[in-house]
Design a protein around this ligand. Structure first.
Ligand code: NAP
Length: 296
């Protein structure tokens, strides 16, 4: 049976380290890192994520500035807020909760964020730095969390075959770019699968490390995984609870019961990658503070 990778525990350990560092910085400089979170509209899932981010900041002593804007906010008004946040010395990181309402051009908003404050790592400058291996950048939080978990469970990644299912700009592609780099946390041989692959099992069975970010329950079954592989399930799917159909539960993209019999380690859903995402956001905000104060 596979080891169940406890993302909650790893995230708590990271938050503890961040908390200590923030306290030290405060003592030394009288300043703490600040994160501005912008939410446009009332998407219930986004509201939950924004609350979790604020709570995460509070726990480690990072100042959080919430900007909750109504759904009809114009693109110009949002751009003007981004410009103010870019100029604010108290704000080290800016996060615009996605998705934005359809009348706003998401790319225009992301491009307007100062890359030095882009703690989500979605600005083209940071995307490009990840591709060329410039570590003076922000790694997108979910793939960064996956990388940390993988490194906790694989001693030497050099030459290991990492197979990623999913090529989104927020998970699959950045993870592939991070894990192919020639550094201690990566150096993998990377394969990326997507819906054009005729038989994803052909690829997933070759994986020493398998990351699944497809957004569909049961994308990976037990017979699609090599004995002893490390499996990271990024997927979050809400389904009816089989024990009580009036309720819903969260499941990943990997069939946990089947794959945990074959893998050497596997992340659960919930409690695997999810908690890591917020921990990495806090880590990026601390990094932004340090980079901005180093340059000042
Ligand atoms: P996305 O933008 O919908 O991308 C899904 C990717 O998976 C696409 O590239 C798609 O291929 C590929 N795909 C889907 N079904 C496939 C299949 N059967 N075989 C091969 N490839 C397949 O999703 P995302 O934003 O990356 O998110 C993926 C999942 O992770 C979602 O469940 C999301 O909720 C979850 N997520 C979790 C966190 C967290 O913090 N825990 C953060 C982000 C996302 P094509 O490109 O060909 O369409």
């Amino acid at each position: 049976m596979a080891i169940v990778i406890d993302g909650k525990a790893v995230a708590a350990e990271l938050r503890d380290g961040i908390c200590k560092e923030v306290a030290m910085l405060k003592e030394k400089s009288g300043k703490v890192p600040g994160l501005a979170v912008v939410l446009v509209g009332e998407n219930p899932a986004s509201q939950v994520y924004v609350r979790m981010k604020r709570k995460g900041c509070e726990e480690v002593g990072i100042a959080s500035y919430q900007h909750l804007l109504h759904a009809e906010t114009s693109q110009e008004a949002l751009l003007s807020l981004i410009n103010k946040l870019n100029a604010s010395p108290d704000v080290n990181g800016i996060l615009v909760q996605l998705p934005l309402p359809s009348h706003i051009d998401e790319r225009a908003i992301i491009n307007a964020i100062d890359p030095r404050k882009d703690v989500d790592g979605f600005h083209p400058v940071n995307v490009g730095k990840v591709v060329i291996g410039d570590e003076d950048c922000f790694y997108p939080c979910t793939p960064f969390g996956c990388q940390v978990l993988i490194n906790r469970h694989v001693n030497d990644l050099k030459g290991k075959h990492l197979v990623i299912v999913g090529r989104s700009n927020i998970v699959g592609k950045p993870l592939a770019n991070m894990m192919v780099q020639k550094n201690k946390m990566a150096n993998c041989v990377v394969t990326v699968c997507h819906t054009a692959a005729q038989d994803i099992a052909y690829y997933t069975r070759q994986a020493d490390v398998l990351v699944v970010a497809a957004g569909k329950q049961n994308t990976v079954r037990g017979n699609m995984v090599k004995e002893g592989a490390v499996v990271i399930d990024v997927g979050v799917n809400r389904i009816a609870d089989p024990d009580d159909p009036s309720k819903t539960i969260l499941v990943g993209d990997v069939n946990f019961d089947e794959v945990s019999k074959v893998a050497s380690a596997i992340t659960p859903v919930p409690g695997g990658v999810g908690p890591m995402t917020i921990a990495m956001l806090l880590s990026n905000t601390l990094k932004a503070f340090k980079l901005q104060n180093r340059r000042a």
